[in-house]
Design a protein around this ligand. Structure first.
Ligand SMILES: Cc1cc2nc3c(=O)[nH]c(=O)nc-3n(C[C@H](O)[C@H](O)[C@H](O)COP(=O)(O)O)c2cc1C
Length: 219
């Protein structure tokens, strides 16, 4: 699979087969993803991978600590504006339509959201840790690393879903993992083999065209 193919094939997978992923394969993915670029080569990332009992422990932790609080590093700005508001709304509505959960079925929607905190059934959970003293630049570089992890997984026949939902549990996760004073969880990621029989995995999110996102000058 070349880079173009991996970029196009990677989608957020929200239902997984229970098939285990061996530690060696997770290591292999991280081994290639660590070549992601970062300003000043700071490599401002650390990863905690959980499987088996360690995975179950964070699922239990989520059950006791939700709804949680993302703190001052909010997931989205308040009162999202256009075009972002509509994009967010559309992908959410498209997903719930595939699941047959209408807008007025609040418990149904909450139950689907809660699947985040079970890694959507994926056997592996990854947590991405950053130093809270880092700025916007380093958060962007963390994103490069995460995308590299997702693409490396894709190239190996695995699927992922990035999960900022875990940001709601930053404080309990900090204590649970015994993170350093300045360390914080940025986000989680589900990793495993996609269950392509699940309707939710047929979701294909739209993208703005090149002309909408780019300007070309001086060509
Ligand atoms: C940093 C980051 C955090 C995300 N957090 C979540 C999440 O908590 N739960 C979820 O279901 N999807 C999450 N997503 C997935 C996005 O909704 C998804 O990437 C977007 O809708 C585009 O769809 P695609 O990944 O299938 O291309 C996250 C994506 C990113 C990049």
């Amino acid at each position: 699979m070349n880079v173009d193919e991996a970029l196009r094939a990677r989608i957020s997978i929200r239902a997984y087969k229970p098939d285990p992923v061996p530690e060696a394969l997770v290591r292999d993915i991280l081994d290639v993803a660590r070549y992601a670029p970062s300003g000043g080569n700071l490599q401002p990332w650390r990863v905690i991978a959980v499987a088996g009992a360690a995975r179950q422990a964070v699922i239990e932790l989520a059950r006791t600590h939700l709804p949680g609080d993302a703190g001052d590093r909010f997931i989205y700005p308040a009162d999202l504006w256009e075009p972002y508001r509509s994009r967010r709304f559309k992908v959410g509505e498209d997903m719930y339509a595939l699941l047959g959960v209408p807008r007025d079925n609040k418990p149904g929607r909450l139950m689907q959201f809660a699947r985040n905190y079970e890694f959507f059934g994926a056997p592996i959970g990854l947590f991405f840790v950053i130093d809270e003293r880092m700025g916007y630049g380093q958060w962007a570089h963390m994103g490069m690393f995460m995308q590299s992890v997702a693409l490396a997984a894709q190239a190996r026949g695995l699927s992922t879903c990035m999960q900022e939902a875990w940001a709601m549990l930053r404080q309990p996760l900090h204590a649970h993992f015994g993170l350093g004073e300045h360390e914080m969880i940025y986000a989680g990621m589900a990793l495993g083999y996609a269950d392509m029989s699940a309707p939710v995995n047929t979701l294909r999110s739209a993208r703005a065209s090149v002309d909408e996102i780019a300007e070309f000058k001086g060509f």
